[in-house]
Structure formats: C-alpha cells, structure tokens
Design a protein around this ligand. Structure first.
Ligand SMILES: [Zn+2]
Length: 322
C-alpha cells in the first residue's frame, strides 16, 4: 500500500479507536495530535511529489525506427507528420502534390503493423494535487465526524439547565475540599483548558474559580446524575476535580496537590454516588498509575512523602491510604 493510503487508513483506525475504544486511550491521547500529524504528512507527500521530476514525455518527432525505415536517418526534417483525428503518421515527403500525399497517407495506413495509438488520458488535475485533495477530504470528513459525535454525545449535548445543575453540584463538592465557597465551571469554549494545553483542569492557587474540560465535566455528571461509572475515566475526573479544589485551597506544589487530591477523591467519589470501596480502589489505581508514568509530566508525580503515615497523609491515624 502506498504511504498516503496507509496514512489515511491509520488515521481512520485511530479515530475509530478514539471514539469507541478503551477509555484509557481517549483520556491519554489528544485526538488533535493525530490530525496535525496527518495534515503535516499529507503536505509532505504533496511537496515530495512536486519536487520529483515528472516522467519525460516521449519525443514527438520521428523516432529512430521511423527514420531508419525510410532511409532518412540523417535528415528527419524530410519526414512529414500528418495528424488526422487521433492518428499520427510519418510520411516521407519530397515535394509531392496533395493527391500524391493522400496516396502516401493511405499506403502508410494500409501497413499491416499499423495500430492506432492509444488515446491520451485526459487528467483534470495533476496527480499530486489530486492526492492532496483526497487526503484533505479524508481529514476534513473525520474531523466532521468527531465534531458530530461529540456534539450529540458530549457535555454540549446536555441542556443548559442540566449543565447548570451539574456545575452547581461540582462547585458544592469543590467548596468542601477548598474549605471556602468556590465555583467550578466547565470550559465549553476550550479557551482555558482543553485540547491544546492538554490539561484536564485549571485553577489559580488560592483563587475562587476552577475550570474543567467538558470531558471531565461529562464524566462527573454521568456519575452524579446517572450513576454511570466509566472506570478509569470516572476516577480521573474525580481526581481532577479534587486536584483543582486543592489548588483553590492554596496548595501550589503539583505533587502535593495531587497527593491530597487522591485522598480527598475517595470521599468525593462516595458523595457523588460510588461505594466507599470502589472510590478507594479508584484512587489507589490513580496513585499507582501516577507512580508508573507520572501522566506525562514530572511535575505531577507525587513524592515519596505521599504514603500511609507519611508527611502528606491527611489522616495519619488511619491505616488506609488513600
Ligand atoms: Zn495542578
């Protein structure tokens, strides 16, 4: 399979997995990245195709074989090219009249080995440009599909009243953790958090407002209002809400904030509808994952102090952690 076709198949597979595959994939791989890479490769294919010289067209003059046949090897100018419709005939010419010329043409046509040349294929666009347009159409189509699916299944598909009720609930929970009244907003515009920054939430240390991505808001909404649990995604959403709440409370250090968040996440999850056991298991899973790959940023990795009975244990007398 040629590279451009391979690229398109890969992009389609990626989008399908992203839409319908495991939650972990969706929550760790930003979908826009695939589109940027695909777009870059399409342009690279295009530029590469433009640079590679096109195949030289065959010499339209009398070919060596023609000249040899008629004994005009040294002087091709004495062969006359006659075009009729799609046919091209080389006629040896030495000042004959029109009638004589017609006979020569007829004789040339009678030759048993004469075959009409294949008609040239008419191409509206150069192949490189055509390939680029096909590539762009595939990318655009997939982006449209993503937008459509998100529009009808995402946070934006909820009514304004439902979203307001949900964010009020999130704000109440965040206020408990922050130990003061704070507001949680879902960043529908994508200006504050979201795709490009690849952050799940943002809050000013000691501030009063935190923003979460619509994806996290939707997972929290599903848990709190529909009782729907999506394993690692629900766990991550709880951890993010708790994380931003601890920032609002005044904790700046990311590792400390995350360590506190995973402990508060147990109670937060329970209040939003999980059993205590499930909530605890989810936060332990988050802590394990954090230790394994630090979620792509060293800043977020919790320190060795984040352990049962350690300096960051919020309940040092309990033997459970988180
Ligand atoms: Zn943070």
């Amino acid at each position: 399979m040629p590279p451009p076709a391979l690229l398109r198949v890969a992009l389609i597979v990626f989008v399908v997995i992203w839409l319908f595959g495991p939650d972990l994939f969706r929550s760790t791989v930003p979908v826009w990245l695939a589109f940027v890479v695909a777009l870059g490769l399409e342009l690279q294919f295009f530029v590469g195709a433009l640079r590679s010289s096109p195949r030289p067209r065959p010499d339209r003059g009398p070919q060596a074989a023609d000249r040899a046949r008629f004994g005009y090897a040294e002087d091709p100018a004495e062969l006359l090219l006659v075009r009729e419709q799609d046919e091209e005939l080389w006629i040896p010419y030495s000042g004959e009249s029109d009638e004589e010329l017609d006979e020569l043409i007829a004789a040339e046509r009678e030759r048993p080995d004469w075959e009409p040349p294949p008609p040239e294929r008419e191409e509206l666009l150069p192949p490189a440009l055509r390939r680029l347009l096909v590539g762009l159409a595939v990318i655009g189509g997939l982006a449209l599909l993503l937008w459509f699916v998100d529009r009808h299944t995402g946070w934006d598909s909820l009514s304004a009243d439902t979203r307001a009720a949900a964010t009020q609930r999130f704000s109440r929970e965040a206020s408990r953790i922050a130990a003061k009244p704070v507001t949680v907003r879902c960043d529908e515009s994508g200006n504050r958090v979201g795709a490009v920054q690849h952050a799940d939430g943002v809050a000013i240390v000691g501030g009063a407002v935190a923003y979460l991505t619509p994806e996290r808001c939707l997972d929290l909404y599903r848990l709190a209002f529909d009782g729907e649990i999506k394993s690692s995604r629900t766990a991550r959403a709880l951890a993010v809400l708790a994380h931003e709440s601890w920032h609002l409370r005044g904790i700046r250090d990311e590792g400390t904030t995350e360590c506190y968040a995973l402990q508060s996440g147990v109670d937060l999850g329970r209040r939003l509808g999980l059993s205590t056991g499930t909530a605890r298991q989810m936060m332990r899973q988050q802590l394990t994952e954090n230790a394994l790959h630090g979620r792509g940023s060293v800043d977020y990795v919790v320190s060795a102090d984040c352990r049962d009975g350690g300096p960051l244990d919020l309940e040092p007398r309990s033997s459970r952690f988180p």
